[in-house]
Design a protein around this ligand. Structure first.
Ligand SMILES: *[C@@H]1O[C@H](CO)[C@@H](O)[C@H](O)[C@H]1NC(C)=O
Ligand SMILES: *[C@@H]1O[C@H](CO)[C@@H](O)[C@H](O)[C@H]1NC(C)=O
Ligand SMILES: *[C@@H]1O[C@H](CO)[C@@H](O)[C@H](O)[C@H]1NC(C)=O
Ligand SMILES: *[C@@H]1O[C@H](CO)[C@@H](O)[C@H](O)[C@H]1NC(C)=O
Ligand SMILES: *[C@@H]1O[C@H](CO)[C@@H](O)[C@H](O)[C@H]1NC(C)=O
Length: 482
């Protein structure tokens, strides 16, 4: 009983430091205030009215738990409200020795920070913290920062995964407006034992692939949230996707370093779907699947200064599976480097879909030893047994400009395999120059059912782009998106 009481007290003490201490305990006040979100309100202590309380009275606890500290009562006015209030997970009982399960401490730190303005949840640099599958959900007070300066990781592999935990995801941030995830630390996925499950491609006995459930967790998922920033972290060895954004808007990713082995299955770097206004900048990604993958419902995606490889390149799709409607528009990739990858910039759709991929710009991409540097594949199929169908997701308004470098001669560097019934239209190419990394020129790019124009002659030359727009596409309601 005494111990339980102490557990309750710890968060209270932290709250107290944050509330009453205006400068003395500098270790609770980190140097620079957290970077503000674009569009995120709350400049700096404006609006005298409620600016007094650093900690809001925790009215309704956001979740189930009954260990929520009781309300702290009225808080005196404090002019230092713009100082971030730091919630160190250690102060909530996290041990950080690399083996103790610190989940409970993280949940309590989250709960307390969520209720405070401009709070920083700190994962300190001198620890390795293990937590199990956790959903950090909002709504929370504005300006919340989740700062990982140490190492944060899940249990090591499926064997250690608590049976009751979701195997499809690990860290989930949900229903938030204005969260920053950042830090100088590492999110370590401990993915190896997941990659080697016998159900993974060729990981069964004698290189076979066994059947059976194969769920593996996405490392960090953002769900139904907006005004998100993810900055500066190192994220590695995810069991499956490293990051997934779905149902989000106004996302900014900057300065990430994502790393997994080239042969780690399904370890996409950043996956985006049903999400709009996304910026992915200044990041390096090497892994065993797509560097960045963009799924249906993604709009206004801006990718700049990203270095990919090894991996499977930057990919829009796959789209239109099971005859579904898919819509993606306004995606820009600028100043990218792609090396030692199975694809460069790719658009892939299944036979039989509806909708469209439109307004796509690949501008200034350096390729280094890449197979399929430029590829549109409207015959995407996992098991090679897909039938051709009479509908497809329309691919249109795609521009390739200043794409240079070297290709792996095992595949044609330019490959347009467009649908017979729904050809690709308005493909423009300017300053595309691709040469063999080593070996003989492939001077036979693959090009099928594609319309568009070359503004400058490409190297290798392509001669198949047709002029105009085929009649079959005019006023086809199946191809309309919003
Ligand atoms: C694996 O291959 C070896 C040699 O071909 C064979 O002796 C062994 O039975 C195979 N094991 C399984 C589990 O199939
Ligand atoms: C395309 O997306 C960018 C952000 O990536 C945005 O600034 C721009 O307004 C969008 N363009 C259109 C036509 O929607
Ligand atoms: C891309 O990199 C250049 C050169 O380092 C830099 O000037 C520019 O600001 C970067 N772009 C973004 C969006 O960060
Ligand atoms: C589908 O259509 C393409 C292009 O016409 C053709 O090359 C391919 O053989 C067809 N596939 C099947 C399974 O019919
Ligand atoms: C072709 O696509 C470009 C963008 O790549 C766009 O600016 C242009 O308007 C499109 N042309 C037509 C005729 O739709």
């Amino acid at each position: 009983m005494g111990a339980a009481f102490r557990l309750l007290l710890v968060p209270l003490m932290v709250v107290a430091f944050c509330t009453y201490d205006v400068g003395g305990r500098s270790h609770y006040h980190k140097k620079p205030p957290p970077s503000r979100h674009r569009g995120g309100g709350g400049g700096g202590g404006k609006g005298g009215g409620d600016s007094g309380s650093v900690v809001s009275s925790p009215a309704v606890p956001p979740v189930d738990d009954d260990t929520q500290p009781p309300p702290t009562g009225t808080v005196p006015s404090d002019p230092a409200t713009s100082e971030p209030c730091v919630f160190d997970v250690r102060a909530y009982g996290a041990v950080g020795d690399g083996s103790t399960d610190d989940t409970r401490a993280f949940r309590e730190a989250w709960r307390a920070a969520c209720d405070a303005d401009s709070a920083v949840i700190l994962v300190p640099s001198d620890g390795t913290f293990t937590i199990t599958t956790t959903t950090f959900s909002g709504p929370c007070k504005p300006g919340l920062v989740f700062q990982v300066d140490g190492v944060l990781m899940p249990p090591d592999g499926p064997e250690c995964w608590p049976p009751s935990d979701n195997r499809r995801q690990w860290l989930v941030f949900s229903n938030l407006d204005g969260l920053t995830l950042r830090g100088a630390g590492t999110i370590e996925g401990n993915g190896e034992n997941w990659w080697n499950l016998p159900c993974k491609p060729h990981r069964g006995p004698n290189g076979s692939t066994l059947r059976g459930p194969c769920d593996s967790p996405t490392l960090v998922r953002f769900f139904m949230s907006r005004n998100l920033a993810v900055e500066g972290l190192r994220v590695e060895n995810s069991p499956e996707f490293h990051f997934r954004f779905d149902g989000c808007s106004d996302v900014r990713v900057d300065g990430l370093f994502i790393s997994s082995p080239a042969n780690s299955p399904n370890t996409d770097g950043i996956h985006v779907e049903n999400t709009e206004r996304v910026a992915i900048y200044n990041s390096r990604i090497s892994n065993g699947d797509d560097c960045i993958s963009i799924g249906t419902g993604s709009y206004d995606v801006d990718i700049q200064n990203v270095t990919c490889g090894p991996g499977h390149g930057i990919s829009i799709g796959s789209l239109g599976v099971h005859n579904s409607q898919a819509c993606v528009s306004n995606v820009t990739v600028r100043n990218a480097v792609i090396r030692n990858s199975d694809n460069g910039v790719r658009i892939k759709t299944w036979q039989g879909g509806m909708g469209s991929v439109s307004g796509i710009s690949f501008d200034t991409v350096v390729m280094e030893n890449v197979r399929n540097c430029i590829i549109i594949d409207q015959y995407y199929c996992m098991d090679k047994r897909c039938m051709n169908q009479s509908t497809a997701v329309h691919v249109t308004d795609v521009s390739y400009a200043n794409i240079r470098g070297s290709y792996d001669v095992r595949s044609a560097p330019i490959h347009f395999a467009c649908s017979d019934t729904v050809p690709c239209t308005n493909i423009t190419m300017a300053e595309v120059e691709l040469l063999p990394f080593s070996g003989e020129l492939v001077d036979d790019p693959f090009c099928w059912s594609a319309y568009g124009l070359q503004q400058t002659p490409t190297i290798p030359p392509i001669t198949c782009l047709q002029e105009g727009i085929p009649d079959s596409l005019l006023d086809n309601p199946d191809l309309k998106c919003r």
